[in-house]
Design a protein around this ligand. Structure first.
Ligand SMILES: Cc1cc2nc3c(=O)[nH]c(=O)nc-3n(C[C@H](O)[C@H](O)[C@H](O)COP(=O)(O)OP(=O)(O)OC[C@H]3O[C@@H](n4cnc5c(N)ncnc54)[C@H](O)[C@@H]3O)c2cc1C
Length: 313
């Protein structure tokens, strides 16, 4: 089966690209690790035009249903390799399956940055979490730590302080990069203790998180008992998969032009994974995805590889 377009990633950008490609009558396959992308980690979305407030899951469901209703195929899998063949088509390797496409749009977004300390990977899902909104409710009456010093970390600490008994906010220096009002709010919370100039060395636990071992600025090692650890130290692009097909900036984001084209013809990118915008927001991602899908259509049309679409945009 040769698809007109394969979209890798099923977050807001991927699903939007699918809505636009199917409306241009392109045979469309979306392959994504998990439906919804980062929106799964959000809760209520209050800045998407047309919805004063919409829950993250309803938002995802609406995008998903819309893409399906126009004829997109959506598959849950991780793409592990992408190759451009001599005949100009792309081979997409997803798990044990392979798919062929005339064009590809990369909408692989951003993933949480790892802390890279002992115990983190082993205890991930057993007390180590990257999403306070998703896992916070599991820690009612417990003791948790949030690692990080930006808005996400402060937001998470504030939110968790309403659920857990005690929250430790641990940051490696004194340089907090959160809104001043949020910092003040967190500092005023009775059950939040800020441990600044503190570097986490290890997350310890047998089958679940039991404690954090940390080092203070004077070089002393100490530990604190916790039930959960929320790592909120930013998000990064995982683009090694396409390293030889695209240019990347110093943050490993995919370099695109105004048409969302990468350096490889027929290969486009959109959404948070691109270098195009500093503002990682849904509206930006879906705008780029619209451009990417329509650029892919135009690419095929100028090569007479697709019949002219009869539908409006
Ligand atoms: C906690 C939180 C709250 C937020 N709240 C808001 C908000 O209120 N309003 C707003 O506008 N924005 C918000 N954002 C930002 C918004 O979620 C992102 O801008 C948006 O999701 C970007 O969409 P995307 O499709 O480009 O990428 P992503 O949402 O990151 O989706 C990328 C998808 O690609 C998949 N993927 C990655 N690699 C592969 C692979 N190799 N194979 C297959 N699939 C792959 C990922 O699993 C993921 O599903 C929030 C973000 C977070 C973390």
């Amino acid at each position: 089966m040769l698809y007109d377009i394969i979209i890798i990633g099923s977050g807001p950008a991927g699903l939007t690209a699918a809505i636009f490609s199917t409306r241009r009558e392109m045979k469309t396959l979306v392959i994504g690790k998990e439906l919804g992308g980062q929106v799964v980690w959000a809760s209520e979305i209050e800045n998407y035009p047309g919805f004063k407030s919409i829950s993250n899951f309803e938002f995802i469901e609406r995008l998903h249903d819309q893409a399906l209703s126009f004829g997109a195929e959506i598959k849950t899998a991780e793409v592990v390799r992408l190759e451009k063949l001599a005949d100009e088509t792309f081979k997409v390797y997803a798990g044990k399956e392979e798919f062929l496409a005339k064009t590809v749009v990369l909408t692989i977004g951003l993933s949480p940055r790892r802390l890279a300390v002992a115990g983190e990977i082993e205890l991930s899902g057993h007390g180590v979490s990257y999403c306070a909104n998703c896992d916070g409710p599991l820690y009612k009456g417990k003791i948790v730590a949030v690692i990080g010093g930006g808005n996400s970390a402060f937001d998470s600490a504030e939110m968790l302080s309403k659920i857990a008994d005690q929250v430790y906010l641990i940051h490696r220096n004194q340089n907090f990069k959160a809104f001043e009002s949020l910092i003040t709010e967190v500092k005023e919370r009775k059950n939040i203790t800020i441990l600044a100039d503190t570097v986490v060395k290890e997350i310890v636990g047998d089958s679940k998180v039991e404690k954090i071992v940390y080092e203070t600025i004077d070089g002393k090692t100490n530990e604190v008992s916790v039930d959960g650890v929320f790592i909120e130290i930013g998000r990064i692009a995982h683009t090694d998969l396409v390293a030889d097909l695209v240019d990347r900036d110093d943050r490993l984001q995919i370099v695109v032009n105004n048409l969302m084209e990468t350096k490889t013809s027929g290969l486009f990118a959109a959404g948070d994974v691109t270098d195009k915008s500093e503002y990682k927001q849904i509206t930006v991602a879906v705008g780029q995805a619209t451009t990417a899908a329509l650029s892919a259509y135009k690419y095929l049309q100028t090569r007479n590889q697709i019949k002219k679409s009869t539908t409006a945009y």
